[in-house]
Design a protein around this ligand. Sequence first.
Ligand code: DGL
Length: 272
Amino acid sequence: MKIGIFDSGIGGMGVLHEAYHRLPDNEYIFYADTDHVPYGLKTTQQIKGYADEIVRFLIDKGVDAIVVACNTATSVAIEDLRAKYDLPILGMEPAVKPAVEGTDKKRIMVIATPVTIRETKLMNLIKRVDENHRVDLLALPNLVTFAENEIFDGDQVVEYLEKEFQEYDTTRYCALVLGCTHFNYFKPLYRRFFDDSVELIDGNAGTVHHLADVLSLTAINNKTEVKFDSIEEMLSMGQTKYYASGKFVEDTKTLEHYRRLHNRLEEVYGLK
Ligand code: DGL
């Protein structure tokens, strides 16, 4: 199967990385819309336009299914895309349901982009599942910019998070839902604010299992490392082709950047 995965930027690479673990015997196209990142600060109409263009691009490349590896684009555009195109299109939304269903009944914090937080899709989900009003929402748009600039730790990010979390008593939480795919890169950092009992919940594994179901593939529980020592090694995995806003990525500098991102993802993979 040939699978297209897209995001505004590098966040969706976490879904691709998860797919390497679970569904390695497929072909992948990864599309980062680097000309338009961050989506989280754009209008609904703009994001709809970008998503439509990307889906058409991926269909032209002959994909069997598309994963919108972006909570923001999903919240705005998924219904239109599904109505318009005749192939499986999977979206991502903050994993509020598993968080609410967890055994620990303390509060739940959902971090996402401003667009995801203001859209009705997330509001409706919360209305449906958050019977006891335990969910708090916090927009962290700067994390997207930090991630795009490969700044995953250090004073700038820590100070930003300190400022954003300061009005919350983080001891009152049992789960932190990472409602933006860019936020996975920062997993170790959240531990400075939330202790080990707080579960970090992202949607990557759920999305890949859903993809397997939709395409009738068998997902494997692969415990082997997915780490790349060279660009060649990275490109041979899933015969992946990378595109940045429609341009085929072949320059060493960008590919080296992607290789580092995969290795970062492997480092934080599975941190709960
Ligand atoms: N990675 C995206 C998400 O999951 C959006 C980041 C952005 O472009 O603002 O929401």
